[in-house]
Write a protein that binds this ligand. Structure first.
Ligand SMILES: [Zn+2]
Ligand SMILES: [Zn+2]
Length: 216
């Protein structure tokens, strides 16, 4: 069972920081539910957009980690903004205007029980001083390979199980993983990302689907 891959992660609370440190969250459960590599055009387009605004460099394939939806916003609320890629975009991505880090992502599919983080687009506390997250919480699968266009260059090798490389979303083992546990987390210590999103200004950045922002 793949759920066991993350059992050695430290479950104590972890901080989530923007790159300049002005925004700081703490999530109550430091053990991820799942980690994936996603080649989809929307993840990549968002990260290219943020990069074009001064944010971190967009990786060729971002690493997505999923966590229990229980958070405390420690500081920087006035710097936050929710962005969507286009009017029909279903992912809502929280960015920090100080340094265009992407702090968390919500999608209806997550069913309110989890949120997603781009591992390369914010600073997530490590489990260990010496082992990087790609060792302590490696991606268990790669999805949406069909979306990896030529303009991104050569596709990097997937270091995990080669059987878990998928052209689209979602393989059968992902079915219902958002509802595997209760929608109501036991003994929440903070708030859900949705309640933070409600307090923050929103923006539709209105980009054409799949369009690159930077040239190859
Ligand atoms: Zn910042
Ligand atoms: Zn994606």
């Amino acid at each position: 069972m793949f759920g066991s891959i993350y059992k050695n992660c430290d479950p104590s609370p972890k901080s989530i920081l923007c790159f300049c440190g002005n925004v700081n969250f703490e999530m109550s459960n430091g053990r991820p539910r799942r980690v994936l590599e996603c080649c989809c055009v929307d993840c990549f387009q968002h990260l290219e957009w943020a990069s074009s605004k001064g944010g971190p460099i967009a990786p060729k394939i971002p690493t997505l980690s999923y966590w229990d939806n229980d958070l405390k916003l420690i500081k920087g609320e006035h710097l936050l903004q929710v962005v969507i890629l286009r009017a029909e975009g279903r992912s809502r991505r929280l960015i920090s205007k100080c340094c265009y880090s992407t702090l968390m992502v919500d999608h209806p599919f997550y069913n309110g029980v989890m949120f997603m983080l781009f591992e390369e687009a914010c600073k997530i506390q490590w489990d260990s001083l010496v082992k990087s997250p790609n060792l302590t919480r490696p991606a268990e699968s790669r999805i949406f390979v069909n979306d990896f266009g030529e303009s991104r260059g050569k596709i990097p090798e997937f270091k995990g199980d080669q059987e878990r490389i998928h052209n689209t979303c979602c393989p059968p083992y992902l079915d219902n993983w958002n509802i595997m546990s209760s929608q109501y987390l036991d003994n929440p210590k903070g708030e859900k990302c949705q309640s933070i999103f409600l307090r923050v200004p929103k923006k539709n950045i209105d980009l054409e689907e799949g369009k690159r922002i930077f040239k190859k």
